[in-house]
Design a protein around this ligand. Structure first.
Ligand SMILES: C[S@@+](CC[C@H](N)C(=O)[O-])C[C@H]1O[C@@H](n2cnc3c(N)ncnc32)[C@H](O)[C@@H]1O
Length: 183
């Protein structure tokens, strides 16, 4: 049971698939993962609380409501963009009432070759946890599945699926994980 819910992927293996997977392998692995385990349709409605550049969605045709405090140079344009903090999302009743298929959070981290210091060097580890906890609470309240991308431990075992991904970063290997939380 456990093994069927735990996956490890090496992003450089995904890149060998070619096409859009070369530049944004994570978007390919997410599309596969979400189609297979959440049965997300081609035009799924997604609420991404930390949209960033929209790299996660490069290989998809999802309709993504993207929330971010900053408007970055998007690699994939969001369906709707909300320039605000995720903590203010309840102030957008027209957004939270949408029939989302999935809620997503990917807290900011600082690039550093030692993985354990990714959130700490920016002094924001506590903030990163806060964002994840807020997203868990929001998704549970809305009754929607939640996809978390994080590089720190969290008690995921009671929920859904766990995907560990390795990328080559600077001089070493960087491991991050995606947890798909189903309530
Ligand atoms: C790790 S990046 C997300 C990358 C994104 N998943 C992608 O595929 O491009 C984290 C993002 O969270 C945003 N962010 C930081 N604090 C935030 C907040 N309070 N509310 C919403 N977004 C926030 C940052 O501006 C940054 O773009």
């Amino acid at each position: 049971m456990y093994n069927k819910r735990f996956f490890t992927v090496k992003l450089w293996e995904i890149q060998k698939l070619g096409g859009v997977c070369v530049k944004y392998p994570t978007s390919c692995i997410l599309k596969w993962f979400l189609t297979k385990y959440l049965r997300l349709p081609e035009r799924a409605l997604v609420l991404d609380l930390t949209y960033g550049e929209g790299r996660f969605w490069y290989a998809t045709n999802y309709l993504v409501y993207g929330v971010d405090i900053k408007r970055l140079a998007w690699v994939k344009e969001p369906f709707v963009f909300i320039k605000d903090s995720l903590y203010n999302i309840w102030g957008y009743p027209d957004v939270v009432s949408q029939p989302f298929d999935l809620v997503v959070v990917d807290p900011p981290f600082t690039k550093h070759k030692h993985r354990r210091t990714h959130y700490r060097v920016s002094g924001s580890l506590k903030e990163a946890y806060n964002m994840v906890l807020f997203a868990i609470d929001l998704a549970q309240t809305l009754g929607k599945p939640l996809l978390v991308h994080f590089r720190e431990p969290i008690n995921w075992a009671d929920y859904g699926f766990f995907l560990e991904s390795y990328s080559r970063y600077a001089s070493g290997l960087l491991c991050g994980w995606f947890g798909l939380f189903l309530w």
